[in-house]
Design a protein around this ligand. Structure first.
Ligand SMILES: *[C@@H]1O[C@H](CO)[C@@H](O)[C@H](O)[C@H]1NC(C)=O
Ligand SMILES: *[C@@H]1O[C@H](CO)[C@@H](O)[C@H](O)[C@H]1NC(C)=O
Ligand SMILES: *[C@@H]1O[C@H](CO)[C@@H](O)[C@H](O)[C@H]1NC(C)=O
Ligand SMILES: *[C@@H]1O[C@H](CO)[C@@H](O)[C@H](O)[C@H]1NC(C)=O
Ligand SMILES: *[C@@H]1O[C@H](CO)[C@@H](O)[C@H](O)[C@H]1NC(C)=O
Ligand SMILES: *[C@@H]1O[C@H](CO)[C@@H](O)[C@H](O)[C@H]1NC(C)=O
Ligand SMILES: *[C@@H]1O[C@H](CO)[C@@H](O)[C@H](O)[C@H]1NC(C)=O
Ligand SMILES: *[C@@H]1O[C@H](CO)[C@@H](O)[C@H](O)[C@H]1NC(C)=O
Ligand SMILES: *[C@@H]1O[C@H](CO)[C@@H](O)[C@H](O)[C@H]1NC(C)=O
Ligand SMILES: *[C@@H]1O[C@H](CO)[C@@H](O)[C@H](O)[C@H]1NC(C)=O
Ligand SMILES: [Cu+2]
Length: 570
């Protein structure tokens, strides 16, 4: 009797301690030293910008609900900012990172201690530079494991394997950026694609360093994938192995079996790989998808090898997996539109049903005169003009100071609040024969102001102005439900009837199909200043971006938190 009582007390105490531990989100701390580091790829060496000398950079590991502090120390010779891609940063845009949107750059010789506030995100996220084109080499994984005391909504994988897809130029990336912006045409295409920083054996000089991943037959592995490439969507596959997608952009999905994956720059995908084939070596491979045959793109294939453990004779040669052809827009859109939220009791969905803000944003490639002060100047874009890009026909003019700071301090003259809800000019957006007169956009630093808890429905409409292409659109500070998509012009009467409000995927980056449309819904429940942009870096450079300002709510805990004392200054 007495013993039982004591046992009860003991068990009760244990329970209290356990639940206390569970409710304590850990505080994790990292140091990121941004520096120039010499790397050799494709038989040529150059200095690249790295974090802690690593390419790809260090992985940040945390659990759902944790707060991570990263001390970013800039020991390089150029400005930098770092963004924690997919982290909502509730009420705290100060650490979000995009240059001149939420902060001034971290100048050489200075540092900035950034706070990563995780909330309901779980799965693979990543971090990357958000200034100039530095993210080409300054990026890494941000792994958010299930909240302490909870588990994956699938059997625990035997091991987790990073699969970071990237892009490598033999030239200095800063020079690639400066050149194409000066000349007005497309950027020089990259020389290789990479898996975990290595091009693989389809390229000269790269064979011995190819990424090799060892697996045990009968085990299941979780591939934590990100497309960290700069300018294109990618197809990915593994020879003779089916893939099971279980998550994207830090949210779980219903298991989706597929022979290939389509992954946008900015997007993350969690994939289960069953090592269920005969013991052997198998290629994994990735290459670019492009919907625009006229675009200049790197048409090479990057590979890595899956090696089964065991005693068997190595094959003399390996076969590449079958990937969709480089311009198969059906294969691209089919995969993307097959993703579904888990929508279970443990992982319910919360799709806004009563919409308070209906927005339609056109996404266009544009041209501008080559040089306003020299009518004879010629550029490398169409009709010897220079490329630009726009949302609702506005090319974003990036200010020289932080929009967030201007908003917080009520400063005038940094931005306007006239971003239109709909295009000014309604036309056949996807027509094959658009008049060249519609090519020239306006410019401005316009933001869209949202009320706290607005239920937003936003239709992205790709246009054929200059030429249609996919646009992987990324929103900071929020996840959104992707409720519908299609080719052609969005039809306000017909298309909403087919919206998926039952189990739409929860994402942060969504590829709007070429000459097509995508509808997203989100609740503006995160007060702050949040960037929205295409995740093709050349389109960002050309101006395909805008800013949402979500106003404070009425209560103390629905207001933006104050800035940290060490914000970089312009
Ligand atoms: C590899 O080098 C050879 C000889 O220089 C060249 O012909 C070939 O195009 C190169 N291949 C790649 C993928 O760069
Ligand atoms: C890209 O390469 C594939 C072969 O891998 C070829 O069939 C295709 O025509 C190439 N596309 C372009 C645009 O060069
Ligand atoms: C591996 O296989 C070879 C040939 O079948 C055999 O001679 C060798 O002993 C095996 N090694 C081990 C460690 O099992
Ligand atoms: C893509 O799908 C459309 C409609 O489903 C079909 O008409 C077209 O032929 C397909 N294209 C390819 C390349 O499969
Ligand atoms: C994708 O393609 C498959 C095979 O062609 C088809 O059965 C399926 O309905 C398509 N899914 C979507 C979402 O288009
Ligand atoms: C534009 O032309 C003017 C006059 O010729 C020249 O001074 C200026 O450098 C040019 N600007 C660019 C960006 O090339
Ligand atoms: C819009 O343009 C497309 C492609 O040229 C064409 O098929 C369609 O009929 C046009 N729609 C209207 C309403 O004119
Ligand atoms: C964009 O705005 C410019 C300037 O007002 C106008 O000339 C052009 O036709 C507009 N283009 C579109 C697609 O609305
Ligand atoms: C914005 O447009 C105005 C008027 O056309 C022009 O004078 C200015 O140079 C443009 N600014 C940028 C950054 O393109
Ligand atoms: C670095 O950022 C500051 C603004 O904070 C700016 O004045 C300076 O020109 C930038 N340096 C470079 C090389 O862009
Ligand atoms: Cu784009």
């Amino acid at each position: 009797m007495k013993i039982t009582m004591n046992m009860h007390v003991f068990l009760l105490g244990l329970l209290v301690i356990l639940s206390f531990l569970q409710s304590q989100a850990a505080l994790v701390r990292y140091t990121f030293v941004v520096q120039e580091t010499k790397y050799t790829r494709l038989c040529s060496s150059k200095n690249i910008l790295t974090v802690n000398g690593q390419y790809p950079g260090p992985t940040i590991s945390a659990h759902g609900g944790d707060t991570v502090i990263v001390d970013v120390i800039n020991k390089a010779s150029q400005n930098i900012t770092i963004h924690w891609h997919g982290v909502k940063q509730p009420r705290y845009p100060w650490s979000d990172g995009p240059e001149f949107i939420t902060q001034c750059p971290i100048k050489p010789g200075t540092s900035f201690s950034q706070k990563i506030i995780l909330s309901d995100e779980e799965g693979t996220l990543w971090w990357h530079a958000h200034s100039d084109w530095s993210r080409a080499t300054v990026h890494g994984l941000l792994v958010v494991s299930p909240k302490i005391g909870t588990t994956f909504p699938f059997p625990k994988p035997h091991a987790e394997v990073p699969v970071i897809l990237g892009e490598w130029w033999k030239q200095d990336v800063q020079t690639v950026m400066e050149d194409f912006l000066r000349l007005g045409g497309d950027p020089t295409k990259s020389d290789a694609l990479t898996i975990n920083g290595q091009p693989g054996d389809q390229y000269n000089c790269s064979d011995p360093d190819m990424t090799r991943i060892t697996v045990k037959q009968g085990k299941t592995y979780m591939l934590r994938m990100v497309n960290a490439a700069m300018n294109n969507i990618m197809f990915f596959a593994i020879k003779d192995h089916q893939l099971t997608v279980v998550g994207t952009d830090g949210a779980y999905t219903k298991p989706l079996k597929s022979n290939y994956v389509t992954i946008s720059p900015g997007q993350t995908i969690d994939v289960l790989l069953e090592a269920n084939q005969p013991k052997n070596h198998y290629y994994m491979a990735a290459k670019f998808f492009t919907s625009n045959p006229r675009s200049v793109f790197d048409n090479t294939t990057t590979t890595a090898v899956i090696q089964y453990n065991g005693n068997y004779s190595k094959p003399a040669s390996l076969f590449l997996p079958v990937l969709p052809v480089f311009n198969d827009r059906n294969a691209s859109a089919n995969f993307t539109s097959s993703l579904r939220s888990l929508a279970s009791n443990d992982h319910p969905i919360d799709v806004p049903l009563t919409i308070t803000r209906k927005l339609l944003y056109t996404l266009s490639i544009n041209t501008l005169s080559c040089n306003n002060s020299n009518p004879n100047a010629t550029c490398e874009g169409p009709q010897r003009r220079r490329f630009a890009a726009s949302i609702n026909n506005i090319t974003f003019d990036t200010p020289k100071t932080s929009i967030l700071r201007a908003y917080y301090r009520g400063m005038n003259g940094v931005y306007g609040d006239d971003f239109p809800d709909n295009p000014h000019f309604v036309f056949n957006y996807t027509s094959d024969s658009l008049n060249a007169s519609v090519q020239t956009p306006m410019n401005g630093t316009e933001v869209k102001i949202l009320n706290y808890n607005d239920n937003v429905e936003l239709v992205f409409q790709g246009t054929n102005v200059v030429s249609g292409i996919d646009h992987p659109m990324h929103l900071h500070g929020h996840s959104f439900y992707v409720v519908g998509s299609g080719f052609g012009n969005f039809d306000r009467q017909r298309d909403p009837l087919n919206y998926n409000l039952v189990d739409p995927p929860l994402q942060q980056t969504i590829a709007v199909p070429q000459n097509g449309w995508t509808t997203i819904r989100f609740r503006a429940n995160n007060p702050g200043v949040w960037f929205m942009h295409c995740h093709f870096e050349r389109h960002v450079s050309w101006g395909m971006e805008m800013v949402f300002i979500v106003k404070n709510g009425k209560t103390a805990n629905t207001r933006m938190l104050p800035p940290p004392p060490n914000m970089p200054k312009c």
